[in-house]
Design a protein around this ligand. Structure first.
Ligand SMILES: Nc1ncnc2c1ncn2[C@@H]1O[C@H](COP(=O)(O)OP(=O)(O)OP(=O)(O)O)[C@@H](O)[C@H]1O
Ligand SMILES: [Mg+2]
Length: 491
């Protein structure tokens, strides 16, 4: 019913889609798979009217169409949920969900009651019980994602394009979303879907299209793929996700946290982190993991308790304090805290390490450029050049820039909050290898990840948080998915 025929798209002289043809059917979940920068988001944006194709046609219900804007596509029943969310911070949850179609009463006034009620109803479909009066700015990434999905549901679109909708969601939220997606399909909606989570594709997709370097590779029923065959189509070679072997940690304590508290997020958290150790923080969404590590990075200072770094008690009021004490972090919220969209790849890379390239107030341009280029090569960051605005990079490549930036500060303690979110399978194993290298040279890593296999395979020890309480510490050898989950679940 929605057909892409020979779609091509260029940005400057970079061709990012080359004559791609795919047919999307109603009642079907169609997964678009490919590595970072393969062109998945671009294809979706063409279908949703955000970009216009250079060549090729889009046919919708048998008619060739040309969307000049997302509004035109939306009016015809095609909605897109973006990879990098762009909510309006001042709106309430209800206003955002009903944006542009606010209910009015007999006098033409906004009907607040109806507005709230309808918003609540759509959220409930996703098993979400957020207060509809909350401002969008106060939501976590996961909550924002759920609200955006509710918004698309509410528009009763015939096609919903979802660009990595579960990247920020917990297992529980994913389950609710999958249920909602299946209901949509039963009602005849076509769902187009991207994800970097392999298990998810096989749970959800009816058919899979693989893109590589902007080219169509194959479209087949999901049941015709195995995880291995899918990956080899995506990367063009055989590849297994490999976790590095753990080198034993040293007994030296580099970080000690005692009775650290910031209500209502976490309370009386006590643990030690050793040199060369990966300490995993597991827990459900909202368990307080991000808030806890934010306290250790000075973003959300604790209100009581102590932090001791290498034997010295410290107060971390802001990230500058943390950096000065050798604590670096890559945040979960890539868009809000991480990248500066208007700046170039190089400017984003050297942002916090700029002092290294400054002498007597002058920036040593050549040196800055050389270091940036080396990082781009090391992390295989796919960009047109160092001067390309970072907002133009694919999501996974933005994440790599953030990691590279943090490591340029040469921190002793590395906090990684969902480091592989939105990152393709090839880049994931590169990041796993990197974590292995970091600990081998004596850095200590605090790893927050919602991908359980990842935490289990990479960590020496795992702390499980539940609703702000540290409930158990598990040695890697004793940790199983069941054990972690049963401790993470609210009582
Ligand atoms: N507005 C833009 N201007 C210039 N280049 C762009 C723009 N948008 C995307 N690109 C480039 O097009 C290529 C494809 O990007 P796209 O976002 O479609 O990848 P993707 O498959 O969605 O990757 P990811 O899995 O990382 O999200 C990338 O190399 C990216 O840098
Ligand atoms: Mg993308």
């Amino acid at each position: 019913m929605l057909v892409a025929q020979g779609l091509s798209k260029k940005f400057g002289d970079l061709t990012v889609l080359k004559a791609v043809s795919v047919e999307f059917r109603s009642g079907e979940v169609h997964a678009l798979m490919g590595e970072n920068g393969a062109g998945k988001s671009t294809l979706m944006k063409l279908l949703a009217g955000l970009y216009q194709p250079d060549t090729g046609t889009i046919t919708w219900r048998g008619q060739p169409v040309y969307w000049r804007s997302p509004m035109e596509a939306l009016a015809q029943g095609i909605a897109m949920i973006h990879q990098e969310l762009m909510p309006i911070p001042d709106l309430t949850v209800a206003e955002n969900i009903l944006l542009g179609r606010e209910p009015t009463n007999a006098w033409g006034w906004l009907d607040q009651k109806l507005l709230q009620a309808e918003a609540v109803a759509w959220l409930k479909v996703l098993d979400c019980h957020l207060d509809p009066q909350t401002r969008m700015r106060d939501l976590t990434v996961a909550q924002t994602q759920v609200v955006e999905i509710a918004k698309a549901l509410g528009r009763r679109a015939d096609v919903i394009l979802m660009d990595e909708p579960t990247a920020a969601l917990s297992d529980h939220e994913c389950t609710a979303l999958f249920k909602a997606i299946r209901q949509l399909c039963q009602r005849g909606v076509a769902v187009v879907y991207t994800t970097h989570k392999m298990d998810e594709v096989f749970q959800l997709a009816d058919r899979i299209t693989v893109l590589r370097d902007g080219e169509w590779v194959t479209t087949q029923p999901a049941s015709d793929f195995t995880p291995a065959s899918l990956i080899s189509h995506m990367v063009g070679r055989d590849l297994a996700t490999v976790f590095p072997a753990l080198t034993p940690a040293s007994p030296e304590v580099v970080l000690e946290v005692q009775a650290l508290t910031r209500e209502p997020y976490f309370r009386k958290v006590t643990f030690q982190l050793h040199r060369g150790e990966v300490l995993g923080l597991a827990g459900l969404m909202g368990a307080g993991r991000t808030e806890l590590v934010s306290a250790l990075y000075g973003l959300l200072p604790a209100t009581s308790g102590t932090i001791t770094l290498k034997g010295q008690p410290v107060v971390l009021r802001n990230p500058a304090d943390a950096l000065a004490h050798g604590v670096g972090m890559v945040t979960e919220d890539r868009k809000g805290l991480g990248i500066i969209p208007g700046l170039s790849v190089q400017q984003n890379l050297t942002l916090t390490a700029l002092h290294r390239f400054t002498q007597a107030g002058f920036i040593l341009g050549a040196q800055e450029k050389q270091v940036s280029q080396a990082e781009v090569t090391r992390f295989k960051i796919k960009a047109r050049g160092l001067t390309q605005p970072i907002r133009e990079l694919s999501g996974g490549n933005q994440q790599k820039v953030l990691l590279a930036r943090m490591l340029l500060d040469a921190p002793e303690i590395v906090i990684l909050d969902e480091p592989t979110r939105g990152i393709d399978i090839g880049a994931k194993s590169e990041i796993y290898a990197l974590i292995g290298q970091l600990t081998a040279v004596g850095k200590a890593v605090l790893l927050v990840s919602s991908e359980l296999p990842e935490v289990l395979a990479l960590s020496h020890r795992i702390l499980v948080l539940r609703q702000g309480d540290l409930v158990i510490e598990l040695a890697a050898s004793a940790a199983t998915p069941e054990k972690v989950l049963s401790n993470a679940m609210p009582l």
